[in-house]
Design a protein around this ligand. Structure first.
Ligand code: PRP
Length: 185
């Protein structure tokens, strides 16, 4: 077998490339309506959100700005530690801006809940959240993202920005991993 072949590590495909892209187009249309006549700054949370930001922004025909934050919450494991640290902050001041935080996944919700509060303290006009995936069963805090792509079961998934040990982010779909892949942990 080819050790570089991603597909052999996957167990089940949860969301296909087409399903993801179709949903992102719907959400992009909704965002364009909701933010009509307003400025819009997408804040992508590195690294998982890079694919979502790239495809969501390109599904819109309006002006949109992008900025990035990097926070650490998980490290190399598969469960959330709840510890959030800013590794890279925004390049710009968000005072009086309409900010939409873009995430790949809401798991426990700790990262987003912390991030939302942090950004609100900087005096923006609004701070909303768009997350491609949400695991309702894993939520430990109250969090109401304005836009959600899909609710998924409480399983560890990879692909479309989501990693396991920094791999699988480049998969175009979202899938669960074969248990053999992490049996060595
Ligand atoms: C993932 C994901 C969210 C967070 C969600 O990031 O991108 O930021 O975990 O988990 P929570 O709802 O339990 O807080 P991760 O820390 O794995 O970093 P990465 O995006 O660089 O992979």
């Amino acid at each position: 077998m080819d050790a570089q072949d991603i597909k052999q590590d996957l167990l089940t495909e949860l969301l296909s490339e087409n399903e993801i892209q179709a949903r992102l187009k719907e959400i992009a249309g909704q965002i364009e309506k909701d933010y009509q006549g307003k400025d819009l700054l997408l804040v992508g949370v590195l690294k998982g959100a890079i694919m979502v930001v790239a495809d969501l922004a390109r599904a819109m025909s309006r002006h949109v700005e992008m900025d990035w934050m990097a926070v650490s919450s998980y490290g190399y494991g598969t469960t959330s530690s709840g510890v959030v640290r800013i590794l890279k902050d925004l390049d710009q001041d968000i005072k009086d801006r309409n900010v939409l935080i873009v995430e790949d996944i809401v798991d426990s919700g700790l990262t987003l809940s912390w991030l939302q509060k942090n950004l609100i303290s900087r005096g923006p006009t609004s701070v909303e959240v768009m997350a491609l995936l949400r695991k309702p069963e894993a939520l430990t805090v109250e969090l109401e993202p304005k836009y959600i792509g899909f609710d998924i079961p409480n399983e560890f998934v990879v692909g479309y920005g989501l990693d396991y040990g920094e791999k699988y982010r480049n998969l175009r779909s979202v899938a669960s991993l074969h248990p053999d892949v992490y049996s060595g942990d």
